[in-house]
Ligand binder design. Structure first.
Ligand code: HXC
Length: 513
């Protein structure tokens, strides 16, 4: 064969493999509203940047009639490319090839790309669309998953890991996404569960659809397993690109600084209502502070009583954590503590300063919360804030009561700066509850208990429910006007750039998982 023929032969072979599982399987994939693995990669990465590796991988299974079965690329497309010029490693399971099922070589391709991403210290994006362990390959398939989980764990906190669920992801397969930093799901396409509807029907006799059991909304709203929800695959890819733009490539870098504009902060002083128990959307305050009024929210639909996400301040990425008075008055509970703690640890691992906006009446009381382990879950936040060594700045907007005051990055957990607005109320508990307890006798014995209660509440509020008692003790560094917030934050971020914090030497701590 001449060299020219050999080159032609290579091109034919490549084109053949790129067809995946063939025309019929691709048609079925499209009919289900799904793109193919290669189409997805094309949409996600910079045009023409993708370089595919291990295309010619062949499985070596002989059992169950597998000897003569060809599986192009063994059902997973792997390689490297870029997003906005930033290198990323990618794998995308190809459902058109034996349902994207994972066998030994398929797993090896994934572990190879994870190893490469770790060696090169670049983010990795995994697109999951698979029937799970390739049944014919038996224990080799299970081994493959274990090898992936191990690498996900080793890479955690070193490189950003993004999982995209664009099809089924069932059984133990779900644990790779669960070990990564951000899980993206798409309406009607994503399905995640440990045991599917058929097993549930057999074991428990319960009927449930795949969608109701583990669809995109279920994981974005109820379980919190998903971080970013989209209506379509295209929307999902745009959101992944925006996230990559905000993140550093690894834990020894900072996210790239970009040119930005001032926010539209016109009415920042009018967002918090005069009535201390009236709700407002704390995201309006975030957007009144951040560059371009931009906010990339994480887990928007789950545990919405706390808001977490990324923004930029003077062009640099920061993480925001804010109580949301619009939902459950912004209380902390099991889920919101988990959500915040995880986000704090991500920011800390990747050198992203944390800004905390505080307005909460405390932890949610109730048997349900106590029995769900609010002590353990709530402790996660204390742990995460205390352990974080990135710059940590708090602004108390309104209520900072009880345990909530401490948990929301107080001075006592080693916040670098704590600022408070004049509307801040810092106390062991809200004025109504406090007056009822400490003046119980006086109120009960009064001729007009309602009038006395009102007086005592006002007295308590006057004395404690303001920022000046805490400021007088140095727990707050400055009482500032809403209009000064951005300027104070920018200044604090600038002065904290060279922050160094010594933490005790240890192998690792024992967070209250
Ligand atoms: C081998 C598989 C497969 C698998 C799908 N296929 N899953 N082959 N091993 N796990 C094949 C099908 O036989 C079919 O081949 C092709 O892929 C497309 O699948 P369909 O069933 O036609 O697709 P669809 O109707 O869309 O259904 C998708 C599905 C279903 C719901 C995912 O395929 C399914 O239930 N698969 C099995 C799921 C499962 O039990 N996996 C094992 C989980 S246990 P042909 O040749 O007909 O086109 C597990 C343990 C991991 O993963 C533990 C890790 C620690």
């Amino acid at each position: 064969m001449s060299i020219k023929q050999k080159i032609e032969n290579l091109e034919i072979r490549r084109a053949d493999l790129a067809k995946g599982g063939g025309v019929k399987a691709v048609e079925k994939q499209h009919a289900g509203g799904k793109l193919t693995a290669r189409e997805r990669i094309e949409k996600l990465l910079d045009r023409g940047s993708f370089h595919e590796y291990d295309m010619f991988i062949r499985h070596e299974t002989r059992e169950f009639g597998m000897d003569d079965k060809t599986m192009p690329a063994d059902g997973v497309v792997t390689g490297t490319g870029s997003i906005d010029g930033k290198p990323v490693a990618v794998f995308a399971q190809d459902f058109t090839v034996m349902g994207g099922s994972l066998g030994l070589m398929h797993a090896r391709k994934i572990t190879k790309i994870l190893d490469y991403a770790m060696d090169m210290r670049i983010p990795v994006i995994g697109i999951n669309d698979s029937g799970g362990a390739r049944i014919q390959e038996g224990v080799n398939a299970l081994a493959g998953y274990g090898e992936i989980f191990y690498r996900n764990t080793m890479a955690s906190g070193v490189i950003p890991q993004i999982s995209v669920i664009l099809g089924p992801c069932a059984g133990g397969a779900v644990y790779s996404p669960a070990l990564t930093d951000f899980v993206f799901v798409v309406e009607n396409i994503s399905k995640m569960f440990i045991t599917g509807p058929e097993v549930i029907k057999t074991v428990l006799g319960e009927d449930i659809s795949q969608e109701d059991l583990g669809g995109a909304r279920v994981h974005a709203e109820i379980t919190g397993n998903a971080h970013i929800y989209s209506q379509t695959e295209d929307e999902c890819f745009e959101k992944i690109k925006n996230l990559i733009r905000l993140l550093p490539a690894n834990n020894s870098e900072k996210a790239a600084r970009i040119d930005t504009k001032q926010p539209e902060s016109g009415n920042i002083g009018e967002i918090v209502p005069d009535d201390a128990s009236a709700p407002y959307d704390v995201r309006d305050i975030v957007r009144a502070i951040t560059d371009d009024s931009y906010f990339y929210e994480i887990q928007e639909l789950w545990a919405a009583n706390i808001v977490v996400g990324f923004a930029r301040m003077d062009g640099e990425t920061v993480g925001f954590i804010a109580n949301q008075p619009l939902v459950l008055a912004g209380v902390l509970d099991c889920d919101s503590s988990d959500k915040a703690a995880r986000f704090i640890r991500f920011c800390d691992a990747f050198n992203i300063p944390i800004i905390t906006l505080e307005d909460l009446p405390g932890y949610l009381p109730g048997v349900d919360q106590e029995h769900s382990g609010v002590i353990r879950h709530g402790a996660k936040m204390l742990y995460a804030y205390s352990e974080a060594t990135v710059p940590k700045i708090t602004v108390i907007l309104r209520k900072a009561y009880g345990g909530g005051y401490i948990a929301m990055n107080s001075r006592h957990l080693k916040a670098d700066f704590v600022f408070a607005w004049p509307s801040a109320e810092i106390a062991v508990m809200g004025p109504e509850g406090a007056a009822n307890i400490i003046f119980r006798k006086e109120i009960a014995e009064a001729e007009n208990p309602a009038e006395v209660r009102k007086q005592k509440v006002a007295e308590y509020r006057e004395k404690f429910a303001n920022p000046f008692v805490a400021a007088g003790k140095g727990y707050i560094d400055a009482v500032i006007t809403p209009g000064q917030t951005r300027e104070f934050l920018l200044h604090a971020l600038k002065t904290a750039k060279g922050k160094t914090t010594a933490t005790p030497q240890k192998k690792h701590g024992i967070p209250p998982f």
